[in-house]
Design a protein around this ligand. Structure first.
Ligand code: FAD
Length: 308
């Protein structure tokens, strides 16, 4: 299914990490309350790490469904998993009421002998999701799950080239992906280049820029080691030499606003904010972007109709 976002209001979404202790849980619940007031189309929940962290993802999704009016986008990774365990998870998501999944491979085990699972690439997970959902057509009211995937403005660390990444994105669309969210990037032209290259290669799905307001050098460096994306030296220098938390906050928000504005100018169908479970920067970004957020507009956005 190809979705044409033109003329629809831009989508707005946030990414949350599952909390692993009581303090973190309180922090995430506060963020959820604050973010809910902006009527996002969906809130995505990351999935990775230890068994406890993965269980925390499922609990956070359950919390969003049962106690809020936010719609969750469940991240799901296939690395190190068996077909059976993935089928069970997809069925579990459907029974919880999840209608949107971000299908990912996940990061490879650092141990070279570590089991990589039965699905080496995300596209096989997408195919599995499409297989499992057909068994549940009654529960899904004849509809389908919205399936999102990752896209890379900067060459994926394991990829031989940027062009290869674009081919992989096309393969993921052909396997059944409805839209893509980008990895972080720091220069506006990196998003535009990706969209141009993807369209030339025949990719038709919406590609949503993933943007992060960073308020510390420590976070910037942590992000770089998590994603393999080199920290931007200008942003790094500005964060390092800023004299107060307020100045660092402003620098991070400003950088994120610049990226999102340029992406919108170049036709982006929405924006996805990586929150690091700190809602303040994200709220300032969307206020500065003057994103119109009324319930009516949310229910009309392409994401509300198709992504979750
Ligand atoms: P794939 O699309 O399978 O690509 C992985 C690598 O394999 C790439 O280098 C690609 O070029 C190559 N490749 C793919 N297909 C082929 C093929 N047929 N032949 C040869 N090479 C191929 N990680 C988590 O663990 N949990 C999360 O919750 C999470 N959320 C994320 C959210 C977003 C928006 C993004 C952008 C990333 C997220 N990640 C998450 C990180 C992601 O799992 C990693 O970037 C991972 O290394 C690749 O995942 P992928 O789905 O892009 O994999």
């Amino acid at each position: 299914m190809s979705i044409t976002p033109s003329a629809a209001p831009p989508s707005l979404s946030y990414e949350l990490y599952p909390p692993v202790n009581r303090d973190a849980t309180e922090g995430v619940f506060n963020s959820i309350e604050a973010l809910q007031a902006t009527n996002p189309d969906y809130v995505s929940v990351t999935y990775s790490g230890t068994h406890a962290r993965r269980r925390a993802s499922l609990e956070l999704i359950e919390h969003l469904i049962q106690n809020t009016r936010l719609r969750p986008l469940a991240h799901l990774t296939c690395v190190g998993e068996s077909r059976q365990s993935l089928e069970n998870l997809i069925r579990h998501f459907i029974s919880l009421g999840v209608r949107g999944v971000l299908a990912l491979r996940g990061d490879l085990p650092t141990d070279p002998d570590g089991w990589r699972g039965e699905f080496p690439f995300a596209r096989y997970l997408i195919e599995l999701i499409r297989e499992v959902e057909t068994e549940h057509s009654a529960a899904l009211a004849g509809g389908r799950l919205g399936v999102g995937v990752a896209a890379y403005p900067i060459q994926h660390p394991e990829s031989p080239s940027f062009e290869h990444d674009v081919e992989v994105l096309l393969a993921k669309e052909r396997s059944g992906a409805n839209y893509a969210i980008t990895q972080v990037y720091f220069r506006p032209e990196e998003y535009t280049n990706l969209v141009d290259a993807a369209r030339r290669a025949g990719v038709g799905i919406p590609i949503i820029p993933g943007v992060i307001p960073l308020n510390s050098l420590k976070r910037l460096n942590r992000l770089a080691s998590m994603t393999g994306v080199e920290p931007d030296p200008i942003l790094a220098h500005a964060l390092e030499t800023a004299s107060s938390d307020a100045e660092r906050h402003y620098i991070g928000v400003n950088a994120a606003v610049t990226l999102a504005r340029r992406a919108f100018d170049d036709g982006a169908p929405g924006v996805h904010l990586y929150t690091f479970n700190d809602h303040r920067g994200s709220l300032d970004v969307i206020e500065r972007l003057e994103l119109p957020r009324t319930r009516a507009q949310v229910s009309n956005s392409w994401a509300a109709r198709a992504a979750v």
